[in-house]
Ligand binder design. Structure first.
Ligand SMILES: [Zn+2]
Length: 341
């Protein structure tokens, strides 16, 4: 994934003039994580900033109990384990308890591997329990979206409105529906820290579905709930922790307004995000195979039938063009490549 290499040389002026999330995308995550000003976190909160394929791993180290929130994507599980074992993260300490903000593949894909390595208690949000128990691959956006995860079992559920003691701090679980109806956020009043998963990033929030219009309104209500909290630092599911919650909320409210009443735009956005996700997983996709791939994965096929009514080849052309335009991907030698590969 090239997370330790810098993609370009920055002049100081250019660096300052580029929004932080752009720099974060273009640079190696780990290196930039150390360059930019990070809001202060107490020593028991340790954040492993990952990428778009793997959600961040948040370690809450306590005197008796070490907790991990979210485990990354299944194909990166060994990388996740070696990152956890770095002394600045978990080192040789035991991991006692694994918790998920929600059960999309980039947040729970590594659960099974972590359980094998640590034999830890595992808790999922109450609203995700049935999907996991039944391993509902459509509801979990797995084969439905061309994504993968290793099936896992859990011990119990985390419930909205209840408080949990993780990393010697009190964390309140707060319902965060929208991007995922069962998602939770975790708020620590003492540190004024909020773990948001995909409910709020520094620039935006996780996709909502075009055929479920209430999801966008729920996402907006979740943003309202965040605005009502006293937050000093947001620890998002993707991107480094950040301090400017007001600005992030403003950008996300504007995004809700831009998407409202426009299911075609939401559908386009979903397909771009899903294809980019699969591209990050595979690192390259032969362009000649893309139409067949899009015709075989239900979310592309169904959205195309419902919203776009194009041939698979036309849809492929359009999606590739969109990813190129946003400079997320490029073509070379008959392949579609992620820009950072
Ligand atoms: Zn998600």
């Amino acid at each position: 994934m090239g997370s330790s290499s810098i993609g370009r040389d920055w002049s100081a002026a250019e660096f300052d003039a580029t929004p932080r999330h752009e720099r974060w995308r273009e640079c190696g995550v780990e290196i930039l994580y150390e360059i930019v000003d990070q809001p202060r976190l107490p020593p028991q909160i340790r954040v492993i900033v990952r990428d778009w394929l793997s959600a961040n791993n948040i370690i809450l180290r306590g005197r008796d109990t070490n907790v991990l929130i979210d485990t990354g994507y299944v194909s990166r599980a060994s990388e996740t384990l070696s990152l956890l074992r770095k002394p600045k993260h978990l080192g040789s300490e035991p991991l006692n308890w694994l918790v998920n903000t929600h059960c999309h593949s980039d947040h729970m894909g590594g659960n099974a591997a972590i359980q094998r390595a640590y034999a830890c208690r595992t808790s999922v949000p109450e609203g995700e329990a049935e999907l996991i128990r039944a391993w509902d691959t459509r509801g979990l956006w797995l084969d439905y979206a061309g994504q993968h995860a290793e099936r896992f079992d859990f011990d119990d559920v985390v419930v909205s409105g209840r408080t949990y003691r993780w990393g010697d701090l009190e964390w309140l679980a707060i319902a965060a529906p929208g991007h995922d109806p069962g998602a939770l956020m975790f708020y620590c009043a003492e540190e004024r820290a909020l773990i948001t998963g995909d409910a709020l990033w520094e620039n935006g929030f996780g996709i909502v579905l075009p055929d479920v219009p209430e999801e966008l309104e729920e996402a907006r209500r979740t943003l309202d709930a965040i605005a009502a909290l006293d937050v000093r630092v947001v620890i998002p599911g993707h991107g480094p922790p950040f301090a400017g919650v007001a600005g992030a909320l403003e950008r996300s409210f504007a995004r809700v307004d831009a998407l409202r009443g426009n299911p075609e735009r939401i559908a386009r956005n979903v397909l771009k995000v899903m294809l980019m996700f699969s591209l990050l997983d595979r690192e390259s996709i032969p362009l000649a195979t893309l139409p067949d791939y899009l015709a075989s994965v239900p979310i592309y096929r169904e959205y195309n039938e419902r919203y776009f009514k194009q041939t698979a080849a036309q849809l492929a052309d359009w999606l590739v063009g969109e990813l190129e335009k946003s400079r997320a991907a490029r073509r070379a030698g008959g392949l579609l490549l992620a820009s950072n590969s």
